[in-house]
Design a protein around this ligand. Structure first.
Ligand code: S3P
Length: 260
């Protein structure tokens, strides 16, 4: 049997080799990101992730440590995504737009594809106030809710690499826009009133729409808010008729152009 000291040496050598390869892999991610940016190529390629997974599964076969190996590669994939998003954005991405414009869906997809952190302003308020939004409105009124919203936005000031999903009325107050702009680019998501109605019609969680769940009201409120939304936004993305990958790719490309 080999001596322990020899085995420890082997382990150390493995670590050194792994470190070398991982460093190479991560800088390869950085290089690919720069290449894609330079040639305007798609950043999100969900199909490539599936291809890598398939190749990996084949290479691992029925190895006795299959689960452990897959776990390590899951982490490598995740950390590579972190490197990708660090290379893309040195700021947070604040999503704004009317209720049902797709902020939560876009936030979840970007989090998944770019391993960024995710904060939902309304969820913060609910956690802090220990009651649902509709109850905050019913008990204390809209002005109180808007104060909670402003405070929640102030509390985000130290966040980095984060997608901030804002409530539909968050940019009504100029101070919130100023505070968001300190460390974020603001992305406006839009959709037609018909699409919005389709997305929100079964929810009773939006007090602003209570008793007004119809296209006419949505259209009217959207028009009232339209100029505030547009003035607050660094970029604007229309979501109608597009799938989630298209929307997020368009968003990323528009943010890249903003920095160019
Ligand atoms: C509001 C939108 C809601 C929530 C609150 C008020 C608004 O968020 O903040 O009900 O004034 O548009 P969502 O846009 O996430 O539904």
């Amino acid at each position: 049997m080999r001596e322990l000291i020899e085995m420890r040496k082997d382990l150390e050598q493995c670590d050194q080799q792994i470190l070398k390869l991982l460093t190479k892999r991560l800088s390869c991610i950085g290089e690919m990101t720069e290449y894609k940016k330079a040639y305007g190529l798609p950043i999100l390629e969900p199909e490539q992730e599936a291809v890598r997974q398939e190749t990996l599964l084949q290479a691992i076969g029925d190895h006795g440590y299959k689960e452990e190996l897959l776990g390590i590669f899951r982490q490598i994939e995740e950390n590579s995504k972190c490197v990708l998003s660090k290379n893309l954005f040195h700021y947070n991405i604040a999503l704004i737009g009317f209720m049902g414009a797709g902020k939560s869906t876009v936030s979840a997809y970007l989090k998944d594809m770019l391993a960024m952190n995710e904060v939902d302003v309304d969820t913060r308020i609910v956690q802090e106030q220990k009651m649902p939004i509709k109850e905050i409105f019913a008990r204390y009124g809209e002005e109180y809710f808007r104060n909670c919203e402003s405070n929640a936005i102030i509390s985000l000031k130290d966040l980095r690499q984060t997608i901030i999903s804002c409530g539909g009325g968050a940019v009504i107050r100029e101070e919130n826009v100023v505070n968001l702009k300190k460390n974020s680019r603001i992305v406006l998501l839009t959709a037609s009133p018909e699409t919005i109605l389709e997305r929100v019609k079964d929810s009773d969680e939006r007090p602003i729409l209570n008793g007004n769940m119809n296209v006419e009201y949505i259209k009217e409120l959207m028009e009232k808010r339209a100029s505030i939304y547009r003035q607050s936004a660094d970029i604007m993305i229309e979501t109608d008729g597009k799938d989630i990958t298209e929307i997020c790719e368009e968003l990323i490309q528009a943010l890249i152009r903003l920095e160019a």
